[in-house]
Write a protein that binds this ligand. Structure first.
Ligand SMILES: Cc1cc2nc3c(=O)[nH]c(=O)nc-3n(C[C@H](O)[C@H](O)[C@H](O)COP(=O)(O)O)c2cc1C
Length: 409
């Protein structure tokens, strides 16, 4: 990978460097570089985590290159039922350290059972709980980002997960949004409840559910949470597209670490930049199109392994990444179109070979937002959900169905 020293004033990347932040401590687990790959359904499977991890490690000196790479969300019910897909999703590479799993759930007993499965069978070293999902089919049943509104239900899920995990030395963290909408913010209460329930850290995506992915993430809310929750790490999430954005978030919010999602789409080498930046270095990866093609190929090969040798499935999966990898490069419409229809690794090879390999990193056109954007909307909620922060009989019945409505993530 082509690395450049970005800043003309930088004394060189090997000069004495000072880490920007200390390692992230999640209970007994230490993450040397306090950067987290955000859980992303359909994206952060074992293959993509490996790619990001390898880039991160390539920039760090051994241990220093270690970050936290979270799985895509796994429905606790599906896990308890040991569906083949959820069992695939919780599988880690032997090199993954720590092995991190994100769970989604609405029923304290089911979430507890899922955590119990993970810890008693030694399948995870870290469990993250997802309270940020804004998808209507989830919030309509009171799940995801609608759930922290019901404070006792939220407490029950979090405390139950911690009670199962703690004896095994497995830290539990919570990932959440600011709230349902600007009139129904939940993050400060939820942060306090999570801390009092024994979580090792809380991560905040600075948007409400009603914002979906639109507008700008509110980093001032992240700063506010940091000021409110002083005794466990607070992680900031939302709109980090470059290593500079990550440093900026740390400077502006005081967080103990950052969570990066869409910035890595088609840019797994962002982890090399992040590891370098958090070590105080100025080296940044600016790949040529040939290098991007090599990363895309490596991603496909890892997906073939993830899908047990099924090239067709791996190729169907890689198709959604193509536009992200090629963003800003002079790859014509026809080749993009053909790449988006690949069926076998040999197709991928043939098409990569036909790209103008010597095309350099295009700069600004390749940077900035990718992936989901969406527009603001009214959040779908069960009838009467906002009337009270307690879970009443009818709401309880609706919530119990929420877990059944999501599969695999
Ligand atoms: C395709 C996609 C899938 C996502 N899936 C999950 C998920 O499974 N669990 C979760 O907590 N958040 C999920 N998210 C939200 C991200 O983890 C993250 O909070 C959000 O994208 C904001 O961070 P960013 O601006 O760095 O992308 C998903 C986001 C995207 C774009």
């Amino acid at each position: 990978m082509t690395a450049v020293i970005d800043s003309p004033t930088a004394p060189g990347d090997h000069a004495a460097r000072r880490p920007v932040l200390p390692p992230l401590r999640l209970g007994p687990v230490t993450i040397p570089t306090p950067v987290v790959l955000a859980p992303m359904a359909g994206i952060t499977n074992r293959a993509f985590r490996r790619l990001c991890r390898e880039f991160g490690e390539s920039a760090g000196n051994g241990e220093a290159g270690r970050c936290l790479y979270v799985s895509e969300m796994i429905t606790s019910r599906a896990l308890v039922e040991r569906t083949p897909e959820s069992m695939r999703l919780i599988t880690h590479d032997p090199q993954e350290n720590p092995r991190s799993v994100q769970l989604y759930g609405v029923d304290p007993a089911t979430v507890r059972a899922a955590v119990r499965l993970l810890v008693t069978e030694d399948r995870a070293d870290h469990v993250d709980l997802n309270f940020g999902c804004p998808v209507p089919k989830v919030t309509r049943k009171g799940g995801g980002s609608a759930l922290p509104w019901k404070t006792e239900l939220f407490r029950g899920i979090v405390a139950g997960a911690v009670a199962e995990a703690e004896p095994y030395g497995v830290p539990v963290t919570v990932k959440m949004r600011k709230g349902i909408d600007d009139d129904h913010l939940t993050y400060l209460d939820a942060g306090r409840i999570a801390r009092d329930s024994g979580v090792a850290a809380v991560a905040l995506h600075g948007r409400t559910a009603s914002q979906s992915y639109s507008g700008q993430a509110d980093w001032s809310a992240i700063a506010r949470l940091r000021e409110t929750i002083t005794d466990i790490p607070v992680l900031g999430n939302g709109d980090i597209w470059s290593a500079e954005d990550a440093l900026d978030m740390v400077a502006r919010t005081g967080v103990d670490g950052v969570v990066v999602g869409r910035g890595c789409l088609g840019r797994p080498w962002l982890f090399a930049d992040l590891v370098s930046a958090f070590a105080g270095g100025a080296s940044r990866v600016r790949p040529s199109l040939a290098e991007v093609g090599a990363a895309l190929r490596r991603h496909t090969v890892y997906l073939v392994d993830f899908y047990d040798g099924d090239e067709h499935r791996a190729c169907r999966d890689i198709r959604k990444h193509i536009a992200w990898y090629l963003k800003g490069f002079p790859a014509g419409h026809e080749i993009r179109h053909r790449l988006a229809l690949v069926d076998a690794l040999s197709d991928v090879d043939e098409l990569i070979a036909s790209l103008p390999a010597d095309a350099p990193w295009p700069g600004a056109p390749a940077e900035g937002p990718r992936g989901r954007a969406g527009s603001p909307r009214q959040v779908a909620l069960p009838d009467g959900w906002l009337d009270s922060r307690e879970l009443t009989g009818e709401s309880a019945r609706i919530v119990a169905q929420a877990e059944l409505s999501v599969s695999g993530g």
